[in-house]
Design a protein around this ligand. Structure first.
Ligand code: 2P0
Length: 374
């Protein structure tokens, strides 16, 4: 009886406390959700001059991709709670979340803010497809952070379709700088269409810029997933090894700088053949460079060479297309839209088990939701 009588009373107190907490946390809720798309480098970033600041040896140029993106929410929590990181619906254990949590701590310090937070990120990138998922991940995280703290400038709010207009210090250039500090390639995902990461000389000047936010060019990318296994040499480790040990690294730097300037011209001229030829050569340069490190390494697998030969065969049959390959065995084919079906058909016939996904230009970072304390 006694316990039966006390239960409803205690339950109602609990309910009161819960509703009080709910009201307080609603009043203190500042959160923002940002969407950022991955990009594929047409002229690649492969080596850091300054690892802590993620300053590259060369500039790089990319195409932002429509089909692959990350949606990330950043929510400020009451000071009594612990920060957490939830990826694709599952809490990430602290030892695996360190890169992200340390990054946020550094961004908080940079902007003079503090306190616990919750990050919830949903990745719409087939991670194993070899598309740099860190590019969309860190661009979305940087934007969600800026949105939740109300740090965005009017220009940023406009460009990113933020539902809340703020007049803070962070414009798209600073957002790109912040994204770069999380992952180099993320500096380019702030922008849609064609983007360039200017290598610069310091934190202030090493930023992404838009080359053409909405290209009219008919250019598609077909990603062919040859292998889903985790790569044995991470991008960060691979690029460090070539910088430190390859006698050809200075040649890569020289070639890549030239390729950037030629790629900019090809983009300005909407020259499909020029863009494809330069992208393919730059990818081959990068993979050749890896073999000249000590010890040498390669991301290629036997199927990668089969895929390269297939691109060659397609060209011989009058289907103009080019390949690029990032830090993995998977191949991405650049083509006009009219040839996407034939390219997919050829690869499917040759490698029935592979996953094939085609896409074209995607937009820059955009907000899906924002809620900021008045
Ligand atoms: C790129 N990649 O330009 C090049 C081409 C892969 C090959 O940027 O160390 O994850 O986090 O700055 O951006 C992949 O490396 O490297 C990459 P970090 P990131 O897209």
């Amino acid at each position: 009886m006694i316990s039966g009588g006390s239960q409803p009373a205690s339950a109602s107190v609990d309910a009161l406390v819960r509703s009080e907490v709910a009201v307080r946390s609603r009043a203190a809720a500042h959160s923002a959700t940002a969407r950022a798309h991955t990009n594929i480098a047409l002229v690649k970033y492969w080596g850091k001059k300054d690892a802590a600041l993620r300053l590259p040896f060369t500039s790089s140029i990319s195409m932002t991709l429509e089909r692959f993106y990350a949606d990330t929410s950043f929510t400020l929590l009451p000071s009594t709670q612990e920060s957490e990181f939830i990826l694709d619906g599952a809490p990430v254990p602290p030892h695996r979340a360190a890169r992200v949590l340390d990054y946020v701590a550094a961004m908080q310090q940079r902007h003079g803010v503090s306190g616990p937070f919750r990050i919830e990120s949903v990745n719409h990138v087939p991670i194993s497809a070899g598309l740099a998922s860190s590019s969309s991940a860190f661009a979305a995280l940087a934007a969600a952070f800026v949105g939740a703290y109300g740090l965005g400038s009017r220009e940023l709010c406009e460009a990113t379709k933020s539902p809340v207009k703020t007049s803070g210090p962070v414009d798209r250039t600073e957002l790109s700088r912040m994204a770069r500090l999380g992952s180099g390639s993320a500096s380019r995902s702030v922008f849609g269409g064609f983007a360039k990461w200017e290598r610069g000389t310091d934190d202030a000047t090493s930023v992404g810029v838009s080359l053409d936010e909405k290209p009219q060019l008919d250019l598609c990318l077909t990603a062919i997933e040859i292998d889903t296994a985790q790569k044995s040499v991470s991008s960060t480790a691979g690029m460090r090894r070539v910088v430190e040990t390859s006698p050809y690294y200075p040649v890569w730097v020289e070639n890549t700088e030239r390729a950037c300037s030629q790629m900019e011209d090809a983009i300005a001229a909407a020259d499909f053949t020029g863009i494809g030829t330069l992208a393919q050569q730059n990818a081959l340069d990068m993979h050749a460079l890896n073999m000249t490190a000590h010890p040498g390494f390669t991301y290629f697998q036997p199927e990668t060479l089969t895929a390269i030969a297939t691109v060659e065969a397609l060209n011989n049959d009058g289907v103009e297309c080019y390949f690029t390959i990032d830090a993995g065995p998977n191949i991405k084919v650049l083509s006009r839209s009219e040839n996407v079906e034939e390219i997919s058909r050829r690869f499917r016939a040759l490698m029935p088990a592979v996953t094939i996904a085609s896409t074209s230009f995607g937009p820059g970072v955009e907000y899906l939701q924002a809620q900021v304390r008045e």
